[in-house]
Design a protein around this ligand. Sequence first.
Ligand code: AMP
Length: 141
Amino acid sequence: MATIFSMIVAGEIPSYKVAENEQFYAFLDINPLAKGHTLVIPKREVDYFFDLTDEEIGAMQIFAKKVAEGIKRAFPCIKVGQAVLGLEVPHAHIHLVPMQSEKDMLFTNPKLKLTPEEFKEIAEKITNEIAYDLTPKSWTD
Ligand code: AMP
């Protein structure tokens, strides 16, 4: 059975999309630690992050970098933190969280409750700040 994240990629269940290319998809975490909390996933369904190939991890990290740059421009913060947990959803993903302090990365923190309109606005704001074409040809630019 497909993972919930594969269903998101397929458009079978909705998501607040931030960016995508042939290999990867970025969308807002539905239980955000902070405004702008985004998940980056490979379209290929792999559970454990470190089971991705070396090439996939490299390319995924470059894609996540572009997304993180967009998050930081849209939601000014000290740094965008990155975490890989994967204990809940068995489909590899990188969490990108704008941080004002170390505490913003605590996954035990209460999550923000946002309206669909707020989620939509946040996703659009980040998308608009991703200045790069996220197709592989641009990665060497
Ligand atoms: P983990 O597997 O522990 O890294 O956590 C999975 C993350 O996916 C959690 O932060 C959830 O809030 C998030 N999540 C689960 N389902 C969805 C969904 N349908 N849309 C967006 N985020 C989701």
